[in-house]
Design a protein around this ligand. Structure first.
Ligand code: PMP
Length: 350
């Protein structure tokens, strides 16, 4: 069949997101690291106050109200913030602005977030994947040697859940000529952040999302923090109205409701510890995690268990690839959801 596409697109397999059942389906969904608690009531209240003018007019292309809220909460200047339709959109802007072909390649340690590869293929830009060691030590020397136009480090990383030490990221930033992008999608559940590096280095961008800690995955809102010269190129390539008016209003209220976010994150962290204890008792190997998920090796075949759970209406993520053979990534749910998962596992394990 004839192709209508660029060769780079023909060669792509495409990003495969986790299974998304139809809304309303009775499923315990522990496969895509959504927050199990509802969004902030203050954010939801905005939806009852929608002003038609917000929708009649184009939204603010710079989402300045949201930037002011972020600036207030994180103590960074407003012009150090770029907002996107989810942090995926911010990642996309960075790739469009910085990466191209063999000379301007994208480098990242694996296993990690699969979208980096998809964005590179779309651009197209060459990639260099550097494997993590078995205990997820950052391969600094290989990353420095590669000198990518962009080096992506997810911290906490998915699916491993490990947090990369800030001093190691500092060393990496100082030895890279290109951009170091620290993807902190799961920072709200972690014990540390690399945000301070943004002040120290002109080549560091930290990416954050409202999808995880703020329970707003459906809203699509994320942001990057970097010094203005690094953001300048990204502003040039972003879609003009990439964030809609509702996302700006709801996201702003949610960002300002830090107490609620912290309360939910504390519950998730407590449930994560309990889930780890319970899974270990069932014979699972559980990695320590700084995200709202745990990466586990089951005592029996991971794929069989994943399929059996699915049959019972419990979705988890199954991985089988180099560095991740026979693993499940389980999102931390509510007490009740975790309990149902454990009961299902007890009945399924030999
Ligand atoms: N980075 C990482 C490491 C992620 O796991 C995800 C979401 N699964 C994202 C970024 C994207 O988040 P969003 O586009 O929802 O902001």
């Amino acid at each position: 069949m004839r192709s209508f596409f660029r060769p780079a697109v023909d060669a792509m397999t495409g990003y495969v997101p986790g299974e998304q059942p139809k809304p309303g389906t009775k499923i315990i969904k522990l496969n895509t690291n959504e927050n199990p608690y509802p969004p902030s009531a203050k954010a939801m209240a905005i939806l009852h106050q929608i002003d038609g003018e917000w929708l009649r007019r184009y939204p603010d292309p710079y989402a300045r109200d949201f930037c002011s809220a972020v600036s207030q909460v994180l103590d960074v200047p407003t012009d150090w913030i770029i907002v996107g339709n989810g942090s995926d959109d911010v990642l996309n802007m960075l790739v469009r602005a910085c990466a191209e072909g063999r000379e301007r390649k994208i480098v990242y340690p694996t296993p990690t977030y699969v979208l980096y590869k998809t964005l590179a293929a779309m651009q197209p830009a060459e990639i260099l994947e550097v494997p993590y060691s078995d205990n997820f030590e950052l391969p600094i020397e290989a990353l420095v040697e590669a000198q990518g136009a962009i080096t992506f480090i997810a911290s906490p990383n998915s699916p491993s859940g490990h947090l990369v030490d800030t001093d190691q990221l500092r060393e990496l930033a100082s030895r890279l000529n290109g951009v170091l992008a620290v993807d902190e999608a799961y920072v709200d559940f972690a014990s540390g952040s690399a945000l301070a590096l943004v002040r120290e280095f002109e080549n560091v961008i930290v990416l954050r999302t409202m999808s995880k800690g703020y329970s707003l995955a459906g809203l699509r809102l994320g942001f990057g923090i970097a010094q203005p010269p690094l953001l300048a190129g990204m502003f040039k390539v972003k879609d003009s109205y990439n964030v809609d008016a509702l996302a700006i209003h709801v996201g702003t209220a949610s960002m300002l409701d830090q107490d609620y976010k912290k309360t939910c994150a504390e519950k998730v962290k407590a449930n994560r510890s309990q889930l780890a204890v319970d899974l270990k008792q069932l014979g699972f190997t559980v990695r320590e995690s700084h995200g709202n998920f745990v990466l586990v090796t089951p005592p029996t075949d991971a794929e069989t268990l994943y399929l059996a759970l699915k049959e019972r209406g419990i979705l988890v993520r199954y991985f089988s690839q180099p560095g991740l053979s026979d693993k499940l990534r389980i999102t931390v749910g509510t007490d009740e959801q975790n309990q149902m998962l454990l009961e299902a596992l007890v009945s399924l394990l030999p």
